[in-house]
Design a protein around this ligand. Sequence first.
Ligand code: PLP
Length: 462
Amino acid sequence: MSHVVQAAQRAASRSTKEWQDADSKHFFHPFTDHGGLAKKGARIITRAENIYIWDSEGHKILDGMSGLWCVNTGYGQQALVDAAAKQMKELPFYNAFFQTSTPPAIELAELLAEVTPPQFKHVFFTSSGSEGNDTVVRMVRRYWDIKGQPERKTIIGRINGYHGSTMAGASLGGMSGMHAQGGLPIPDIVHIQQPHWFELGQGMSREAFGLKAAGWLEEKILEVGPERVAAFIGEPVQGAGGVIVPPSTYWPEIQRICDKYGILLVSDEVICGFGRTGNWFGCETMGTRPDLMTFAKGVTSGYVPLGGVMVGERVAQALIDDGGEFNHGFTYSGHPVACAVALANIKLIQQLNLVSHVKNNIGPYLAERFAELNDHPLVGETQTCGMMGAVQLVKAKPGTTFASELEVGMVCRAHCFGNGLIMRAVGDRMIVAPPLVMTRPQIDEMMVLIRRCLDLTLAEVR
Ligand code: PLP
């Protein structure tokens, strides 16, 4: 029996209403208002293939968000399924504590050292991006302890950055709604403004604004005291903040400032890694040389959970030569099944030439097609980077925004759902990050849907 038939049978074993009732009775969803969800009922997704998902009512939907920015190689890749099944039979689990290791974890560490920038020869495995960023905090502070500068504890992140949901991840991030719940950020984590030209830079050229925004890092370093600053962390392109592509001047200037004060640069590549920006990693697209690099999502295309931190030579040598035991680790650090799937996934990215497919083919095409949206009366700005795109909705051109209580982004998102497209709304910024296996005709298909949804939104809100 094919997996498609099996999935259809499982979905049909209960009605949508029965799934929804059981869901709202027992399942606490991430980032969800449960009162609201219980009234509406969750959308039940039952199967997927290539860039499409199907719900329990049989609707086919183009997944413009790759699940949650993760299904880089698309759904239904048999090589990943086979890798998981083979590893589960052979060795479903063994840990990496107590001086043991497993072949898939070793081979993946080797392959990661090959596909990441040359300063990275070592990896610390986790099961998620959040755990990766928790690891970053502990590793950065441990590094400065080893270096005899324990007062260097402060890590600088950015307002509207996203680094995960654990105590440290949510603290590194700059989401005010997350900080408001639970007394965050934890001590010694501070934030600077984001390089968001549309919100903060209008009236200046993008390039001049990029330098100004990078200058906020230097101001913060001087305010905290350079001898107390341990690291700066940022996403090459802010994803959850709304696909905010910084001006080209921003990251080189950030690198210069980090070098000037000797502070560690951490690139959070949980979204930007594994081909999303048209290079293997976003830091290559932005021209930085990070000391640490967090990854997750695209490493396995989301088929199983895996994350980690690439550790650059500067930090790795200190830990190895002078660090003794690093008192940190997870049961699933280097999980053999997750590592086997990641190996198969990275090899597939290589076989399908997906990085160059994004850089030279579909990335530039997405940019071209998104730029055409600027003729729409609702569109104030479009931005793309590789296979990420944003459409800023405005009340009037060039940049008059809607009152936030109108929730125009949510109106547009509802039209997308209703018309067979997953597009996410961050305020009034509509974003996509489709699978990297997408073709030009599939981009055309997505653009027809986006324009239709913009028209429907316009008719509703003006
Ligand atoms: N860092 C970035 C840039 C992310 O976008 C995310 C999740 O979206 C995370 C970290 C957290 O990853 P996870 O949800 O796997 O913990």
